[in-house]
Design a protein around this ligand. Structure first.
Ligand code: NI
Length: 390
């Protein structure tokens, strides 16, 4: 079985589906129109929808040979709070909301794969679950599915997914064994000092000065604590303090993000942040409290399944179009799922310089070369098929 031709013949339908979702993007946990459209498509194609009882996430199943493996394909479907500026005819009609991360593309690719796998259900050597996941951007969606017990109840053994990538040309896909994306956690640090007149700093505990010291110290985590062969990033992206040029304020606040490719480095960064805050308290006589809520774990691709995915996609696109993925410090909440189920998150090339499609994910100019649609659909179907056939 090779899904290339069948997927290519669906291109018009996929384009229409994608453009419709693109025009009406929805924020995390508000994907009611999108999930309604997905459900309609599944029903029209007689694909069984599972009653998972989640507000917008849709999970469906195509049951093949029952005694064999059970695997899942996943797409996310939520949009971002960005005002689209592409001027495309299918640009967002929802003010301030945009599919700027290609989740509309992921959704279209998965419905394409679903339709094809359904057509060949009789020959399917196992069971394929189709996950249309809500709320990736706020890192809630994957966790919600896990909390329903779905992955253990259904005994899912493998999971495959792809994500649009603007540094890879349309027509190509890429995969990587091991850690390909970072954990992504946010931090907020509250510094409480003592305010006063800017002329009498000696009577104050100046949180602005202390915050500036802490920012410098935080940069020692990556440069002095992490093994140079490993990698991590800590970025303070926001600082807030003060009201006027001659008043030393009482409080300062820093917020930022920290990222790592392994759970160990992630933990090291977290612990160092806490210690530095304690040190600041002792050193400067202020209160310094770090809020470190859990973000999402790194994407660690199963090496064997990464090879399976590569081989499957090579059959669809030719070996020359299946690349080695470069790791990046961006996060994806599929990390939660990969802690439970071995799997792969690959990259779907969407770039086309001739057409001016070069803008990065999460920018108001983001777009894709729609050739990626049939390619994504074919690759998804092929990964599922080949993995079940093994
Ligand atoms: Ni995304």
């Amino acid at each position: 079985m090779n899904f290339a031709e069948e997927a290519r013949s669906m291109q018009e339908m996929l384009r229409e589906f994608r453009r419709d979702i693109h025009m009406y993007p929805e924020l995390p946990m508000e994907e009611f129109r999108t999930s309604g459209k997905i459900k309609n498509f599944l029903k029209e194609n007689n694909i069984e929808i599972l009653p998972l009882n989640l507000p917008t996430t849709v999970v469906a199943v195509i049951r093949g040979e029952e005694s064999r493996k059970r695997i899942a394909l996943k797409a996310d479907m939520d949009a971002l709070q960005i005002q689209e500026q592409t001027n495309a005819e299918y640009a967002s009609r929802n003010e301030g909301v945009m599919h700027a991360c290609g989740h509309d593309v992921h959704t279209a690719c998965l419905i394409g794969a679903a339709a094809m796998l359904k057509r060949h259900q009789k020959e399917l050597q196992g069971t394929v679950y189709l996950i249309f996941q809500a709320a990736e951007e706020n890192l809630c969606g994957a966790k919600q599915i896990i909390e329903t017990g779905f992955f253990s109840d259904e005994k899912i053994e493998e999971i495959f997914s792809i994500h649009t990538n603007t540094s890879i040309e349309a027509g190509k896909v890429a995969f990587m064994r091991g850690a390909s994306q970072a954990s992504a956690d946010m931090m907020t640090i509250h510094i409480h000092g003592k305010g006063g007149h800017g002329a009498f700093p000696n009577t104050t505990v100046d949180p602005v000065y202390i915050a500036s010291q802490l920012i410098c110290q935080i940069q020692s985590i990556v440069s002095r604590n992490i093994d140079p062969i490993q990698t991590g990033v800590v970025s303070v992206c926001k600082m807030t303090a003060g009201t006027s040029g001659n008043i030393i304020p009482e409080n300062a606040e820093l917020s930022g993000t920290y990222r790592a490719m392994t759970p160990q480095v992630r933990e090291l960064i977290r612990e160092r942040l806490k210690s530095l805050c304690r040190g600041i308290e002792i050193g400067y006589g202020c209160e310094c409290r770090a809020e470190l809520p859990d973000g999402c774990p790194p994407i660690i691709n199963d090496p064997v399944l990464a090879d399976t995915a590569k081989k499957a996609c090579s059959r669809v696109l030719g070996e020359e179009n299946v690349l080695e993925l470069s790791p990046a410090m961006v996060g994806d909440d599929m990390g939660f799922i990969l802690e439970k189920v071995p799997g792969v998150l690959g990259a779907l090339g969407v770039r086309n310089e001739k057409k001016g499609i070069v803008h990065g994910n999460h920018t108001p100019y983001f777009d894709v070369d729609e050739e990626c649609l049939w390619i994504g659909a074919a690759c998804m179907a092929q990964m599922a098929w080949d993995s079940l056939a093994k």
